[in-house]
Design a protein around this ligand. Structure first.
Ligand SMILES: CC(C)(COP(=O)(O)OP(=O)(O)OC[C@H]1O[C@@H](n2cnc3c(N)ncnc32)[C@H](O)[C@@H]1OP(=O)(O)O)[C@@H](O)C(=O)NCCC(=O)NCCS
Length: 176
């Protein structure tokens, strides 16, 4: 299984190179630029912006990609547009190394990322909105038990492109 560690400023040149890979930029930066993303990530990893948690993905002892999680409640306009439930988290993920895609790492990454956010928010539900045409992203969610809840544009997105909204339901805590 891949592992995760917190992203640091030293990782940003590598992440910048991953953002420029065609298989990533196609989905990650159609409405922005690598420069804008790296500037945002810098604010997050230096603690100036604390809502989104940035992580580097390690597989077979090398860095292969990155991922992030956040609570939709910390982004109220997006939460409303997504119809997020109380306590739900959002995730984003990318295998940046082109030689590492299509080998099952992404599927495992989703499981590891959900476990990581649930370590901090036990049983939290997860709501994600890949582009509806991003079939690999949709597939890795489905393989991890996420359920399709809608295919529609999301009002806070820069485009009207339909998104596939997937939910991993919250696990109810059992208090005896
Ligand atoms: C999406 C991503 C994380 C998936 O990771 P991965 O390691 O390539 O995925 P896996 O090998 O674990 O599984 C991919 C699944 O998608 C399927 N798939 C891949 N491309 C597909 C396509 N064009 N059409 C249909 N299914 C496709 C594979 O067949 C596999 O499913 P299977 O095991 O049932 O056959 C990775 O491709 C990636 O980082 N892409 C670029 C960034 C991105 O899109 N991030 C998500 C933004 S929401």
């Amino acid at each position: 299984m891949p592992s995760l560690r917190p992203m640091t400023e030293e990782d940003l040149p590598t992440v910048d190179a991953w953002l420029r890979q065609p298989h990533v930029s196609r989905w990650w930066t159609p409405d922005t630029t690598p420069e804008a993303q790296i500037s945002l990530y810098r604010r997050r990893v230096t603690g100036q912006e604390q809502r989104t948690h940035m992580l580097v993905v390690i597989d077979d002892e090398i860095e292969v990609g990155w991922c992030q999680w956040y609570r939709w409640a910390d982004y109220p306009a997006d939460a409303l547009a997504m119809e997020a439930a109380d306590g739900e988290a959002g995730i984003d993920y990318a295998i940046g190394a082109p030689t590492r895609i299509g080998r099952g790492v992404g599927t495992q990454l989703i499981a590891v990322l959900v476990a990581e956010l649930r370590r901090q928010h036990p049983g939290a539900g997860v709501l994600v909105d890949p582009d509806a045409t991003n079939l690999a992203s949709r597939r890795v969610l489905e393989k991890n038990g996420f359920l399709l809840v809608a295919v529609r544009p999301v009002a806070t997105d820069p485009t009207d492109a339909p998104k596939a909204l997937y939910r991993l339901p919250a696990i109810a805590s059992s208090h005896s």
